[in-house]
Design a protein around this ligand. Structure first.
Ligand code: ADP
Ligand code: MG
Length: 724
């Protein structure tokens, strides 16, 4: 029997009233499988219906350009009238008033409202108001309408949940209410009491109730703080425990010979100071008692490959093989070329194994991996895609596994994920600079080497911020670059298929759980951009890649771009732009306000790789001052670590916890709250207390940590799920 057997939270959510097979399936799409999942299914926003205003106040604000939503308690003055204004379009109208004014209320396609609303009765209306300047009249469209009755208190703050097809806000509210009720005996505290006292955080049971059914805005904020802290703490705790678990003896993989003279001589350049420091950190790891488990981070172009090559060289020198994994086939091929050029003269054999490697060659390579490796014999460095992990590669002689992440995986958790790389030294290369705040917080739980210096002589890329009115000039600029024989990237936030409609009620919510960079400007989708470009620039060859394409099709388009068969590549960032195309001199980013700053910075690194002057143009129609300020930060800063730090303050650590978009797409990822936390001190305190717990009870075996262990296990399960 497990400790949690009989736990209500672990039981299938269908045990709750109202959850039949259809609802169960819809809930599954939101990641709600168990009662516990429902308890921890956080609203994404709230409607502050309790914050009522008078009509004169509302009119004044609408005249100033606001639309609400606002809440008002009004008396209906006329019996509501229902009529069809045309087929499929029904209108219910009524007038309502308070002591300061009157308003015309309209409900679209809700014919039943005529029977629900009565003259001389009082209601609380919540919705968007509009001021008609010509007629000097206030109107209210399709408001949520609740009867105000003696002895009944209407909730002040109403949660808005993420929903899927087949679910409604009302159902979600009932579901979470029932889940809380069913689990009420199990809302145990898992945070250490010192942490609760130190940060003045409320108990778990209080927090989960208040996040779903807040008594006040303050109570909701307090609950949120507690839940954010808890997520951060769990994350750090799981990192600390993973570390303890994966700290394996290096045994025979311990380097003895770390003479790098020959390697340095073979390099066509001198390593920068930062590269040298990283090489020495890596060699120290590999010559140490435990296996290396390190992340190498640095801006695009900072020279991570040379550092990884140094590690591979040291491994080869000591008779161990290295496996280098790249996220795409093109990138694998580029690495293979780089490594072969460097290692060929040193007598270190490099092989490339990908999905398109012919069977005969593949068998020969796999055979070559079975031989005892020695300098000058057999294959020492095997390069390929992630598929290498599933290949029948003999892992015995493997000593080092290098993973080139390039794009934004959950770098913080990645290192421990690969089974094959479990018992070898591992080095993850990440182009997402991890901000110092996070590195410090995770110190000792993950090892991070930072290349914070670019090789000399790099050209500066000119960054511009423009709006839609520059469209024609942008086209002209693309034409000019192409006429000069150069190539252009155009990057868009997403293709249309992946866009999600706002959940019902969400549009009207006026209290987001987190004040994310929500934008009202219409988003330009990638397909539309590609079409417009093709129309505006018919003389150019334009390619289009997006995340929904099959890997092989993606590769085909990317290769065509790399071979200069295409002048312009339109893409979403879902795809790997990590190829090296020195001839690309211009990158245009559409809806730039939608991107994380680190992400923009990484994109910028894709141009300016050749000798020609290069440009990075951010297109944004957002008028939000924060958005403009963020874009200016990218314009004025060239240091990725600085940008990452700024991004962390502005948007929270989400970009460093999960892959791009992961947080929003899988709304219920474990870091859903923590990812948006903008409080560095909170991060630091969470790390501190997680470390304390891990030191006190490394395997969480103490009886008082029994429940914590169960929660952490559930947490880990979810994290893995949302990563796939
Ligand atoms: P990234 O960190 O983005 O993977 P790369 O390893 O691809 O960067 O290096 C970018 C370019 O810089 C390559 O052409 C590489 O040869 C060159 N490079 C790397 N280190 C140095 C250095 N110390 N001096 C000069 N050029 C360097
Ligand atoms: Mg690289």
């Amino acid at each position: 029997m497990t400790e949690t057997a009989g736990s209500v939270c672990e039981r299938d959510v269908s045990v709750l009233k109202g959850v039949g097979p259809a609802k169960r399936e819809a809930l599954g799409k939101l990641g709600i499988e168990t009662v516990g999942d429902a308890v921890r299914f956080w609203p994404r926003a709230y409607q502050n219906r309790g914050d009522t205003k008078t009509l004169s106040e509302i009119a004044a604000r609408c005249r100033a350009g606001e639309t609400g939503p606002f809440s008002a308690i009004l008396t209906v003055s006329t019996e509501p009238q229902g009529r069809y204004i045309r087929k499929g379009m029904h209108l219910t109208t009524a007038r309502a008033f308070d002591e300061t004014g009157t308003v015309a209320v309209t409900w679209f396609n809700q014919p039943y409202m005529a029977n629900r609303i009565h003259a001389a009765s009082v209601y609380r209306f919540y919705g968007r108001f509009e001021w008609n300047a010509q007629y000097k009249r206030l109107s209210l469209n399709s408001p949520l309408t609740e009867a105000v009755e003696e002895g009944v208190t209407l909730p002040a703050i109403v949660p808005v949940y993420p929903i899927a097809a087949g679910l409604t806000q009302r159902f979600m509210a009932e579901l979470t209410g029932r889940a809380l009720e069913a689990a009420r005996g199990e809302l145990w505290e898992i945070l250490p009491s010192e942490a609760l006292e130190d940060l003045k955080l409320p108990a778990y049971a209080y927090a989960v109730r208040q996040i779903h059914r807040p008594d006040s805005v303050e109570a909701m904020e307090t609950a949120k703080r507690r839940l954010v802290f808890e997520e951060l703490w769990l994350m750090f705790l799981s990192m600390a425990m993973t570390r303890a678990e994966t700290k394996r003896q290096s045994g025979p993989l311990r380097l003895t010979d770390t003479d790098m003279t020959e390697f340095r001589e073979a390099l066509p350049f001198t390593l920068t100071g930062a590269q040298e420091r990283c090489v020495s950190e890596i060699l120290t790891d590999m010559a140490g008692e435990n296996l290396m488990n390190r992340i190498l981070t640095g801006d695009v172009g900072s020279g991570k490959t040379a550092v990884a090559a140094a590690a591979a060289y040291a491994a080869a020198r000591n008779g161990f093989r290295t496996m280098v994994m790249a996220p795409t086939e093109i990138l694998a091929r580029q690495h293979a070329e780089d490594f072969s050029r460097l290692f060929g003269p040193l007598g270190i054999r490099v092989a490339l194994l990908t999905g398109s490697t012919k069977k005969k060659e593949r068998d020969a390579i796999l055979d070559g991996m079975r031989d005892q490796p020695r300098m000058g014999e057999g294959i020492s460095v095997l390069i390929g895609t992630h598929a290498l992990l599933t290949e029948d590669v003999e892992a015995d002689s493997l000593g080092l596994c290098v993973i080139d992440e390039q794009h934004r995986f959950g770098v913080m958790q990645r290192a421990a994920l690969f089974e094959k790389a479990r018992d070898v030294h591992s080095l993850v290369m990440s182009a997402t600079p991890i901000p110092r705040t996070l590195t410090l917080a995770a110190y000792g739980m993950i090892d991070v080497s930072r290349i914070d210096e670019l090789p000399k002589g790099r050209q500066r890329i000119d960054t511009f911020i423009v709006n839609e009115s520059y469209r024609d000039r942008l086209y002209a600029f693309i034409r000019k670059q192409a006429a000069e024989g150069h190539q252009v990237y155009v990057v868009c936030p997403a293709v249309e298929e992946t866009e999600t409609k706002p959940a019902e009620g969400e549009e009207m919510a006026n209290l987001p759980l987190f004040d994310m960079m929500e934008e009202s400007a219409p988003m330009k989708n990638a397909r539309q951009t590609a079409d417009e470009l093709a129309r505006a620039l018919p003389e150019l060859n334009i390619g289009f890649v997006h995340g929904r394409l099959k890997a092989a099709d993606k590769e085909r388009v990317m290769t065509a771009f790399a071979d200069h068969e295409l002048d312009v590549l339109v893409s979403t960032t879902v795809i790997e732009v990590g190829v090296n195309v020195p001839n690309a001199t211009l990158m245009i980013v559409e809806n730039a306000e939608r991107f994380g700053l680190s992400q923009l910075h990484q994109l910028r690194g894709r141009v300016g790789r050749g000798s020609a002057k290069s440009y990075f143009i951010l297109v944004s129609d957002s008028e939000k001052p924060e958005a403009q300020e963020r874009l200016r930060a990218v314009k004025s800063t060239t240091d990725g670590f600085e940008i990452a730090e700024y991004d962390l303050e502005q948007r929270g650590p989400g970009d460093f916890f999960a892959e791009n978009g992961g947080i929003r797409q899988h709304g219920q990822a474990n870091f859903r709250l923590a990812a948006l936390c903008r409080d560095p001190e909170m991060i630091e305190r969470a790390s501190f207390y997680a470390r304390r717990t891990a030191e006190d009870d490394p395997a969480l075996e103490k009886p008082e940590n029994r429940r914590l262990r169960a929660r952490l296990a559930a947490f880990g399960r979810k994290t893995e799920k949302t990563q796939n």
